[in-house]
Design a protein around this ligand. Sequence first.
Ligand SMILES: Nc1ncnc2c1ncn2[C@@H]1O[C@H](COP(=O)(O)OP(=O)(O)OP(=O)(O)O)[C@@H](O)[C@H]1O
Length: 215
Amino acid sequence: MEIKIKNLKKYYNDKLVLKIEELHIEKRKITGIIGPNGAGKTTLLRIISGLDEDFSGRITYDNSTLNNNIYDNMTLVFQKPYLFRRSVYDNIAYPLKIRKKNKAEIDKRVSEMLNRLQIYNLKNEKAHLLSGGESQKVALARALIFKPKLVMLDEPTSNIDPESIKTIEKEIKNYNSNEKATIIIITHNLEQAKRLCDNTIYLENGRVNRINGFL
Ligand SMILES: Nc1ncnc2c1ncn2[C@@H]1O[C@H](COP(=O)(O)OP(=O)(O)OP(=O)(O)O)[C@@H](O)[C@H]1O
């Protein structure tokens, strides 16, 4: 999904936190958003994902404004994900259940996803009792399971151990190429941005300071 942003301004009370004249996020690419604390990275993702509608400017998704079809094809994974007080399996199965997939297909897809993210051992755990890193993995699984065309990830490996970071990065790369999906990822890890991203946007004080070539 190609995203075009024009003349975006976002205020919190009287404070201007985003001012982006023009920004294109390329279709089928992995785009990194980096920048200091408070630069506006999460705010930008919340706006692109449709969660925050209180802004001025224009955002298009494959040249359309946000509609139900686009909305159903995108997902945002928070840094501190909210999981239901149910099992890990139920959490990951949920997006398929609401899309009326049958039980056999749900079982198969959830098992594959649990294996790919190497969290099969967590399948029957209560999701709200997981550690921060385990929750992030489950949230990523729940986000990818319904094959959205636009995936937004807010620091998806902030609580993750080095070995699991490799697993998650591999999954993000595979997902991007297999599903031809557009991925936007906020990261403070510049090495991760180098490893994963086709494009990188450096946000500072709510402005796009640099695009590409600075890592
Ligand atoms: N709900 C809110 N009410 C008021 N101000 C807010 C709110 N959310 C964020 N802000 C302010 O907006 C600015 C941008 O915040 P944002 O969370 O987007 O930054 P960020 O780049 O994601 O930071 P970090 O790297 O620390 O996660 C900050 O100055 C922050 O204080």
